[in-house]
Ligand binder design. Structure first.
Ligand code: MTE
Length: 332
């Protein structure tokens, strides 16, 4: 798999491509124009480009971020974006409770300032970054990703952040670093369910080095053009769009480079149900339910049809090659 990095020519979008908050075009109107057929090739190209900047609500609740459009292949899906009110009230963040509505109700106690992320293990340059320093490592890109939860629901969320590879390159992993482990905050004083037996705290996740370096793996600081609400993993989380949502660790405080495959919170809780890879795969069922279809949050009316789940959550063209030759039934 060829990974494009700054060194081999990957460029950030120019300042002229920065989309002002108020200038998001109405995507439906654009698509209507395109459908009339009068649009010549030039207009179609323009419309396609503009449609990529589909209308994203700016809820105006939290601090805004200056965002640029992402140039990473596959980083912007054209699917309808889930409403902010759904993406910020239907959450999994077990540190704040196990009901979907618990995090939105309880996570106001999370203290996100000051925040540091420690990077350690098999790297030449271990470091403790303040959130502010971390955020300066790259331009904040808007990535509109599908997020598929292992429980069978999905969302489309405009995340804001940059490729985790930027941070990885900065700390210079050693040759024997094969995996990256992510550890998240476990503070009993501010997280009411830390101490409960649901999981072994802190919440831990991991990626193989090539997965961590893949340009789609997003170190995430915001959504919908603003900083992350606490319930979505403020102030910094991961989003790995081709894997089940639980790989996307929230409120990260430590990133560790290891030679051994790290133990993950869900694998420790139920090894037969949650493997290390956890790539979205409609052909490999969860032992207790099928993974062939999904319910899109916001489409849950009486007659709403379930959608077919796509291999690697639809990101197969970008990530499939990383798993060539791997038995995905065994390595679920
Ligand atoms: N990170 C932490 N620290 N604790 C959690 O309980 N839940 C995971 C993941 N990250 C979780 C976490 C699960 S199961 C999912 S589906 C996603 O976060 C949900 O992210 P969202 O609430 O932003 O949609």
């Amino acid at each position: 798999m060829l990974i494009r990095t700054d060194r081999d020519g990957f460029q950030h979008p120019h300042a002229s491509e920065i989309t002002p908050r108020a200038v998001y075009e109405d995507r439906r109107q654009l698509l209507k124009w395109m459908a009339t057929g009068v649009a010549g090739a030039a207009l179609a190209t323009w419309a396609q480009r503009e449609a990529l900047a589909q209308q994203v609500q700016r809820p105006g609740k939290l601090a805004p971020l200056t965002v640029v459009r992402s140039a990473v292949p596959g980083a912007v899906t054209m699917e309808k974006v889930t409403e902010y009110k759904d993406a910020s009230t239907y959450n999994n963040f077990y540190e704040f409770g196990t009901d979907k509505s618990d995090p939105a109700q309880n996570a106001h106690t999370l203290k996100t300032k000051p925040w540091t992320v420690e990077v350690e293990g098999l790297v030449r340059k271990p470091a403790k970054y303040t959130l502010e320093d971390l955020m300066k490592m790259g331009a904040q890109e808007e990535r509109i990703y599908r997020l598929r939860c292992v429980e069978g629901w999905s969302m489309v969320v405009p995340w804001v952040g940059f490729s985790l590879s930027k941070l990885v390159e900065k700390v210079e992993p050693l040759g024997n670093a094969k995996y990256v482990e992510f550890l998240t905050l476990a503070d009993k004083a501010t997280m009411p369910f830390v101490g409960s037996r649901v999981l072994d705290w802190p919440y831990a996740e991991g990626l193989r080095m090539d997965e961590a370096m893949h340009p789609l793996t997003l170190l995430t600081f915001g959504m919908y053009g603003e900083v992350l609400p606490n319930q979505n993993g403020a102030p910094v989380r991961l989003v790995v769009p081709w894997k089940y949502g639980f790989k996307s660790a929230k409120s990260i405080v430590k990133i560790r480079f290891t030679e051994q495959m790290p133990k993950t919170a869900w694998n420790k809780a139920a090894a037969n149900e949650y493997g290390f890879y956890s790539n979205v795969n409609p052909e490999v069922d969860h032992p207790r339910w099928s993974q062939a279809t999904e319910r899109r949050i916001g489409e849950d009316g009486l007659f709403a049809k379930k959608r077919k789940t796509l291999m690697f959550n639809g990101y197969e063209p970008q990530v499939g090659q990383m798993y060539a030759g791997l038995d995905l039934k065994k390595n679920f």
